[in-house]
Structures are given as structure tokens and as C-alpha cells.
Unconditional design. Structure first.
Length: 202
């Protein structure tokens, strides 16, 4: 018999696909929202409870996640919109996600954090242990990503446990892994399957 269901947001991404595979290897049931146009080529051989989604609004996400014991957010926090719209879209979508998971009875949500939320600047190496005062970001994407993560802290409650995981730069299939350069990349970066394992270990 399989284990509890896990709701995976962003299963269509390269990292999300590896998260799904890692969950299935551990005999979890996986439920994942998908929208028209989302790539599925990397998961055609894996049994996933795909649920068609529209805008990923709060009510829709709550209904889709009903019965899941946990959620893993593998997608980027900032949607592909115009720079001037990134902040509002990122914060509203993240707020809707948190509230939907709480209302659906999801006990734990695992969220992939980004260096911009750990106080790092361009070219700086940071992790949870090197946290410093977070600076304002000049580029719209980083500013929106930080605002989205702040939204999670605002929505955090006793009935929704949130775990932040901070992987380094992630590479995966198709990133010259079999070459000498690819072997060097994996020695200092993080392969998608390893990042997926990190998300599941918490």
C-alpha cells in the first residue's frame, strides 16, 4: 500500500520532476496541478495524479490539495510576467498558496528558498549559517522573490509548518553532465536528483 499523498507545486519543472521521482521511489502518492502548456515529457513514465488547474487561485489550490498530508513547492516564486508586475503577482500567489494549504489541512509545506532571501549579493556564497541583514534588491526578480518569501512568514501559523530548504545552483540532465565540464559542475553545484532528496529529507 502506498503512503500518504504529497501535493507538488511545480512538478512540470526540472527540479519538480525529480522531486516527483524521489517521492514515488519512497512509495508516496503524488498529486500535482498542471496547466495547459506545462511540459510533461520528463514524467511520462511516472504515475502521477495530475489535476488540471487554471489560475492557481486560493480556492482552486485548496480544493486540489484536499487530503494531502504535505506539500512541496518546487516552482519559482516569481511568475513570468512583466517586471513591473512581478512584485504584486509573486506576493499574491504565495499568499494564496499558503492560505490554501492551511485550509486544505496540509500539515507541512517545504519551500525552496533563494540566495536573495539569505542576504547574499551578486557572486556571494551564502547558506542558512551565513545569514545577514537582507538588503534591498535592485533587480525586479530578486525583489519579488524576497517579497514572496516574506509573505510566507506572514502567513506562517501553528496549523501550517513551513520548512525552507536552501540548495545551491541546481543543474540537471542536458547540462553537459557527461563531459569533463559537467563532472566539474556536479562537484561544486547540486544535481537535480540530489536537490530533490534534500527537499524530501525535511
Amino acid at each position: 500500500m502506498g503512503r500518504a499523498s504529497v501535493f507538488v507545486v511545480g512538478a512540470h519543472t526540472l527540479l519538480g520532476g525529480q522531486v516527483v521521482r524521489a517521492l514515488k521511489a519512497r512509495r508516496y502518492n503524488v498529486r500535482a496541478p498542471r496547466r495547459r502548456g506545462d511540459p510533461m515529457w520528463h514524467l511520462t513514465d511516472v504515475r502521477v495524479d495530475w489535476v488540471d488547474a487554471g489560475s492557481h487561485g486560493e480556492d482552486e489550490l485548496r480544493e486540489l490539495a484536499q487530503g494531502c498530508g504535505g506539500a512541496i513547492v518546487a516552482s519559482e516564486p516569481v511568475p513570468e510576467v512583466r517586471p513591473g508586475e512581478m512584485m504584486a503577482e509573486a506576493t499574491s500567489r504565495t499568499r494564496a498558496l499558503c492560505r490554501a494549504m492551511r485550509a486544505a489541512g496540509v500539515g507541512r509545506m517545504v519551500f525552496r528558498t533563494h540566495a536573495c532571501a539569505l542576504g547574499g549579493g551578486s557572486g556571494e556564497e551564502v547558506d542558512e549559517a551565513s545569514y545577514r541583514e537582507v538588503r534591498a534588491h535592485d533587480d525586479p526578480w530578486s525583489a519579488a522573490a524576497l517579497a514572496a518569501e516574506e509573505e510566507i512568514y506572514l502567513e506562517w501559523g501553528n496549523d501550517l509548518e513551513v520548512v525552507f530548504v536552501a540548495p545551491t545552483v541546481v543543474v540537471g540532465p542536458g547540462d553537459a553532465y557527461g563531459t569533463e565540464a559537467g563532472r566539474w559542475l556536479r562537484s561544486c553545484l547540486l544535481y537535480t536528483s540530489d536537490a530533490a532528496d534534500d527537499l524530501l529529507c525535511v
